[in-house]
Design a binder for this molecule. Structure first.
Ligand code: B12
Ligand code: SF4
Length: 482
């Protein structure tokens, strides 16, 4: 086992999420870059990202051997990639048995009972890592005595599992350093035109992602945001965001910023401040949010968004049936108002993408059909239909387990196959409905096809191929090709 001291070499690693052929996104490891910034004044810290080049097992093994770290911190992102995480922890231990393996991120945060069974991990950090990772290394450096008092950590001790759940979220996000991108070929990440990555495809390169707040106060039953980032929205100040944008422009030539917040518009005042400053500084950048709450949009916000360089909105209306929204999903969307806002958005010439989800316990077939009609009538650039998927530590998962609609092992399901079947529908019907209605609604005209090709970063020929693959597989294989 590695002993921690001032000469300790820490490797922060993103797994190759596509190692078993699943889809992966190739974004700069933002979370690891922040963690690096928190560690690098004390330890030699490097980031290794085999995900970006889709490296093979042999290449990953070889690189790890070469780097020869004392500590490896692996990020896990989503529970859907549980198998991929286990694969990487085994591989790290096999290559460098004496290295300390620490896993953090969504997997241990929402599913520690399962994660802790991985024998190749020494410590799990649950929740936010900015203070916990340095704390853990510090404790280990000074003999490990205070480990029992630490929160947000899990490990095995004398054959027993010790799980100390996280007790709090970080309040002052301004105190967290900006990501440390040194050593990463940022220009490669920021200039990569990812395919099929709507919402993450910029209009201007190079682009960067950042998060201006963490947390969401709403309680949509399918969403894990509350466990992962908390009910209380914690916001970085507008000044802090603007200085990050300044830095990204100055040091990396960034031309577009994509905010990946759960709820960017939580504080209207702060959002207006950020947009006003972007506008008044004449940066000439474009920007967008990966998600915006439709119920927080109004003419003032939308106009300022547009004037400050935003050009695309991804909104999640989720259902076209008000009862499903109110009583099942529990999302405060008013369908009449949502339609008015969408008209306003279109009149301001934004690109609009909208997400819908169906297949909830208690949902009726006619309600699902209403969602499809509603989506069609919006007449927007791209409509996505998702099949409700229970994620660990969500209300939807609790309902599905209570009503025995899924088996516990389905807790790690991906999004492609529906997993919920009720007396009203089964997952196969939903897959057919989704694949064919998605095709019918989205690709009605040549102009729509052209727009979607642009939104997805693909050619019109690739759109045709994508539609055909989706119909044939009923959308159950992710259509990704490098
Ligand atoms: C932006 C985002 C995306 C983006 C970017 C993803 C990326 N790889 O960068 C895109 C759109 C691509 C995406 C895709 C997906 N996402 Co997403 N995504 C998010 C979102 C909104 C923010 C993530 C983020 O950047 N957070 C900011 C950073 C700083 O936080 P962090 O990554 O959690 O890291 C902190 C801690 O976890 C910890 N930590 C992380 N790694 C490590 C490692 C060590 C060693 C340590 C000590 C600590 C540590 O410390 C960090 C700093 O505090 C979250 C919601 C959320 N609130 O977290 C959902 C979320 C993580 N996504 C989710 C899902 C399901 C997915 C998909 C599987 C969906 C799909 N099938 O299409 C894919 C999988 C993507 C993948 N393999 O990368 C779920 C995960 C739930 C679950 N049970 O799995 C979440 C929670 C959304 C939700 N509300 O339910 N996503
Ligand atoms: S509004 Fe969005 S982030 Fe918030 S709970 Fe609902 S789905 Fe999750």
């Amino acid at each position: 086992m590695a002993s921690i001291n001032r000469n300790t070499k820490v490797l922060l690693m993103q797994p190759n999420f596509a190692i078993f052929g699943k889809r992966s996104w190739k974004l700069v490891p933002y979370n690891l870059s922040i963690l690096k910034a928190c560690l690098c004044s004390k330890y030699e810290t490097e980031i290794y990202d085999p995900n970006f080049d889709n490296l093979t097992e042999e290449e990953i093994r070889c690189n790890i051997r070469k780097i020869n770290p004392d500590v490896v911190g692996l990020t896990s992102f989503s529970t859907e990639y549980y198998k991929e995480i286990k694969f990487h922890t085994r591989l790290i231990k096999e290559e460098i048995p004496e290295a300390l393996v620490i896993v953090g991120g969504v997997l241990p945060t929402v599913l520690i009972e399962q994660a802790i069974q991985d024998p190749n991990v020494d410590y799990f950090i649950m929740g936010e890592g900015e203070y916990r990772l340095p704390q853990l290394l510090h404790i280990l450096e000074s003999s490990g005595n205070n480990l029992l008092k630490m929160e947000g950590i899990a490990y095995r001790l004398n054959g027993l599992n010790v799980i100390n759940p996280p007790q709090h979220f970080i309040d002052n996000l301004d105190a967290i350093p900006f990501p440390n991108y040194e050593g990463l070929d940022l220009q490669r990440y920021c200039n990569l035109n990812q395919k099929y990555a709507q919402g993450l495809i910029p209009r201007q390169f190079p682009f960067a992602t950042t998060m201006s707040s963490r947390g969401c106060p709403y309680q949509c039953i399918f969403c894990a945001a509350q466990t992962v980032s908390g009910k209380k929205v914690r916001m970085r100040s507008s000044e802090n965001i603007i200085s990050e944008i300044d830095w990204l422009i100055k040091d990396y030539g960034v031309r577009e910023v994509i905010f990946t917040d759960d709820h960017f518009l939580f504080s209207r005042k702060r959002a207006l401040e950020i947009m006003q400053t972007i506008k008044s500084r004449n940066y000439g950048i474009t920007w967008k949010c990966a998600n915006v709450a439709i119920f927080c949009l109004n003419a003032e916000i939308l106009e300022l968004m547009r004037e400050s360089g935003a050009y695309q909105l991804t909104i999640s209306i989720e259902s076209g049936d008000q009862d499903v929204l109110n009583k099942i999903i529990k999302k405060p969307v008013n369908l009449k108002k949502a339609k008015e806002i969408v008209s306003l958005i279109k009149s301001l010439d934004f690109e609009v993408i909208c997400n819908f989800v169906f297949g909830f316990p208690g949902e009726k077939w006619d309600q699902i059909r209403r969602t499809i009609d509603y989506a069609e009538n919006l007449d927007i650039d791209l409509v996505n239909f998702h099949i409700a998927t229970p994620l660990p530590k969500t209300e939807l998962m609790d309902i599905c387990l209570q009503e025995q609609l899924i088996k516990p092992e389905q807790a790690l399901s991906g999004y492609t196959h529906g997993v919920i079947s009720t007396n009203e529908f089964n997952n196969f019907e939903l897959q057919i409905l989704r694949a064919f209605e998605w095709d019918r609604i989205n690709f009605k005209t040549r102009d729509k096809i052209k727009t979607i090709a642009r939104l997805q970063g693909i050619s019109e020929e690739e759109v045709a191929e994508w539609r055909s693959r989706t119909r044939k597989s009923l959308g159950t294989t992710i259509n990704w090709k490098e």
